[in-house]
Design a protein around this ligand. Structure first.
Ligand SMILES: CC(C)(COP(=O)(O)OP(=O)(O)OC[C@H]1O[C@@H](n2cnc3c(N)ncnc32)[C@H](O)[C@@H]1OP(=O)(O)O)[C@@H](O)C(=O)NCCC(=O)NCCS
Length: 155
């Protein structure tokens, strides 16, 4: 684990409506077709959905992960880290905390989608042993691009 994650007092907590503006700022800097405020609000009121934030010792939101749990499957819908904190282990920490939780919940398989060109995210998912299961042509817009559906069987 990276130094920042080891030394800083990192908290993982559920996102609340009060976090929306800070999260939207990260979202807009992270994606060419970002989620809107209403999309986050819909997830916050969806009983299948979880949005977890990681905060540093100063209370700043460093990143977040959104996932659904449906029976024994988890689906990652969103994962982003503030550009200020990228490459410091925050994305790995969010994924690893989620994997621990899914393990405790008896989740058998985890799915996600990723843009073919998103090499950084694909490296992160490779590191956690996600495998490409299929290509979904022209899945994304702005710009139009294929998605890889990746999956991880939990042991
Ligand atoms: C993808 C993202 C969440 C990764 O978060 P992060 O906190 O920077 O990731 P980490 O520091 O934990 O690094 C995890 C792994 O990603 C890869 N990685 C990180 N930064 C990288 C870079 N600049 N170039 C290539 N690979 C990189 C490495 O394999 C790294 O593992 P390692 O440090 O053991 O080598 C972040 O880059 C991001 O928010 N990107 C924009 C939004 C996005 O693409 N989300 C994913 C949608 S599917």
């Amino acid at each position: 684990m990276n130094d920042l994650v080891k030394e800083d007092k990192i908290m993982i907590e559920d996102m609340k409506e009060a976090d929306l503006s800070e999260v939207l700022k990260i979202e807009d800097q992270s994606f060419s077709d970002p989620w809107t405020c209403n999309m986050f609000k819909a997830e916050l009121s969806n009983p299948f959905s979880n949005i977890w934030l990681s905060r540093n010792g100063n209370g700043a939101i460093m990143g977040y992960i959104c996932f659904w749990i449906i029976e024994d499957e988890a689906h990652i819908l969103n994962l982003a880290v503030d550009p200020l904190y990228r490459g410091k282990g925050v994305g790995s920490m969010l994924l690893s905390a989620s994997l621990d939780y899914w393990g405790r919940k008896g989740i058998k398989v985890v799915y996600l989608e990723v843009r073919e060109s998103n090499i950084t995210a694909r490296k992160l998912y490779d590191k956690f042993d996600f495998k490409i299961m299929m290509r979904r042509p022209k899945y994304y817009r702005k710009p139009v691009e294929d998605a890889f559906i990746m999956g991880l069987e939990m042991k």
